[in-house]
Design a binder for this molecule. Structure first.
Ligand SMILES: Nc1nc2c(c(=O)[nH]1)N[C@H]1C(S)=C(S)[C@@H](COP(=O)(O)O)O[C@H]1N2
Ligand SMILES: [Mo]
Length: 359
């Protein structure tokens, strides 16, 4: 393969990564302008194939360590009292493509995020109806999609501790942005766990199993662990760490995406979110992170969604600049200047840097 100018062969994306990248698209950063991301602009992450599901024949089973097993049709679920929540979801691997050495997986730059209005039934209501045994410690969620990962044939499956599954905000969603779930976002039903990285929100949901034992499936004990080597068990990836992103200002160069901004005042806008506490502040640097000034925060779209921010930059002098933004949350977390490395490239929340030429 011929080299692109300035790109080392070792940095070049592999055909395997390109295959994943064309299936799993990001949200173009200019779509940070929308409070609620239009469905086609929301990012997508699909480990295997998108299942084709007959919504009439589909049923959800709720079983395991419960007093009464349930089997529900889509019509049953839609007939129940519903709630709608705007939720910001981010893939745990967002940002991994810039890590060095680069973990070989879906090669996200920074666009693996979006906010949707999910409509459905609170999971807790169904669990209370089924009656969770006192012995239960976890709730498992199985999707209809199957594939092979780490040499293991599997259904996509994840578990949540009972206390997290019982939280008020956790939804079984049949609607997205006022319409039925599109196939790629989990038709007919998906789990939505606000505040957690996206891998938790199982799509194409078919089985919920309450369990007295810890789930040891691939996506729980091998995937989505923070670790330095494949041999260590590592820590589980759970809630989203604080992050901000900006709408790249000005206009892009087609091939390099470098930004061109006209001399004069320039309002820089973006969004910030955290799964560990409300966003407390956003700061902007126009000198590559040497000096920082506060941005003005807008309202949160919902308690579970991102918050807008804006910063008035007087781009008075022509030249090259590096714009950066960093957010902090109510728990006192601040985005780091450099991303901490881990094997899977998860939970990277390094400050967003955007080179800009003022002319
Ligand atoms: N059944 C199933 N659920 C899944 C996945 C999957 O591959 N299969 N991907 C997960 C991951 S890693 C993410 S980041 C989110 C992405 O949700 P979205 O594609 O609706 O944005 O779905 C999660 N739920
Ligand atoms: Mo993900």
């Amino acid at each position: 393969m011929a080299s692109l100018p300035g790109v080392e062969p070792s940095e070049q994306i592999t055909p395997a990564e390109l295959r994943l990248a064309t299936r799993n698209h990001g949200m173009p950063l200019e779509a940070l302008a929308y409070d609620v991301t239009p469905a086609g602009l929301h990012y997508l992450l699909i480990h295997y194939d998108i299942p084709v599901v007959d919504g009439e024949a589909w049923r959800l089973s709720v079983g395991g360590s419960v007093a009464r097993s349930l089997s529900l049709s889509l019509a049953d679920l839609r007939a129940r009292p519903s709630v709608t929540r705007a939720v910001t979801m981010e893939c745990a691997g967002n940002g991994r493509a810039r890590l060095s050495p680069r973990p070989i997986s879906q090669p996200w730059l920074l666009e693996a995020v979006g906010t949707a209005e999910w409509t459905g039934v609170p999971l807790r209501d169904l669990l209370l109806e089924a009656g969770v045994d006192d012995s239960a410690i976890e709730v498992r969620f199985r999707g209809l999609d199957r594939g092979v990962e780490g040499g293991e044939a599997q259904s996509y499956e994840r578990a949540l501790p009972v206390e997290d599954a019982m939280r008020d905000e956790v939804l079984l969603a049949w609607g997205m942005n006022g319409a039925p779930l599109p196939p790629q976002h989990g038709f007919p039903l998906r789990l939505v766990v606000p505040g957690w990285y996206g891998m938790t929100s199982v799509k194409w949901l078919s089985e919920i199993t309450v369990s007295a034992d810890p789930f040891e499936g691939y996506q729980q004990v091998r995937g989505y662990r923070l670790r330095q080597t494949p041999d260590e068990p590592g820590e589980p990836v759970t809630r989203m760490v604080v992050r901000s992103l900006m709408i790249p200002p000005g206009v892009p160069d087609f091939a390099t995406r470098e930004r061109l901004v006209e001399v004069g005042p320039c309002v820089v806008r973006g969004r910030a979110w955290s799964g560990l506490g409300a966003v407390a502040g956003v700061e902007v640097s126009v000198d590559g992170g040497v000096s920082w000034r506060p941005a003005r925060l807008g309202p949160s779209v919902s308690p579970w969604a991102w918050r807008s921010w804006e910063f008035e930059w007087d781009a008075a002098e022509p030249g090259d600049y590096e714009l950066c933004c960093r957010a902090s949350d109510a728990a006192g977390n601040v985005q780091p200047l450099e991303a901490p490395w881990n094997l899977g490239g998860y939970a990277n929340n390094a400050v967003h840097r955007v080179p800009v030429r003022v002319e």
